[in-house]
Design a protein around this ligand. Sequence first.
Ligand code: GTP
Ligand code: MG
Length: 195
Amino acid sequence: MVIRNINLETVCGITSKLPENKKPEIAFAGKSNVGKSSLINALMNRKSYARTSATPGKTQTINFYNINEEVYLVDLPGYGYAKVSEEEKKQWGKLIERYLHEAKQLMAVFLLIDIRHEPSANDKMMYQWIVEQGFAPIIIATKLDKLKKSQVMKHIRMVKEGLSLIPGTKVIPFSSVTKQGREEIWELIETEYLG
Ligand code: GTP
Ligand code: MG
């Protein structure tokens, strides 16, 4: 994908009306700090257009990035962030649920998992939930640069087994530091969900 222009077009909080976009939307889910906003920056060829932070809980809204007036990349709030009250967690959960349920243009949901760690109970729940909403989630195993090459296969297997992935589910290793995986992700979006 040649990035000609990008625009953070819509930001939705817990009480916001969701936009009725006319172009396909591709959403990115995953626990807080897993690297959703960093991935979106990498896809957009920007360093920090999407705000990122070493402290979890940075993105607390659903952010719609319009790419070339062609497709929206949708940054979802992270789950599993301990410092947030139960009430707030519930509200975010409802917002994400409402989005997955109502978004007419939502074509694909990518679920991001930190390649270093076993998927958590929340990751498993999110995976199941996406499946129940009728999507075949694609897994992105993030922070690939933190592993030695010799460990990668083992960790991919750990992610697959940990989530009990439906056979055939794609797992794409990715690093926002080296950008490894970026082309594969765009390629997949373009061939499967656009045009
Ligand atoms: P929330 O908005 O809190 O849900 O987090 P997020 O999933 O958007 O994570 P974000 O992109 O803000 O990244 C969190 C931290 O991880 C930041 O310090 C990033 O620099 C770092 N990070 C993200 N991706 C990678 C990666 O591929 N490799 C390495 N080494 N660090 C990464
Ligand atoms: Mg974020």
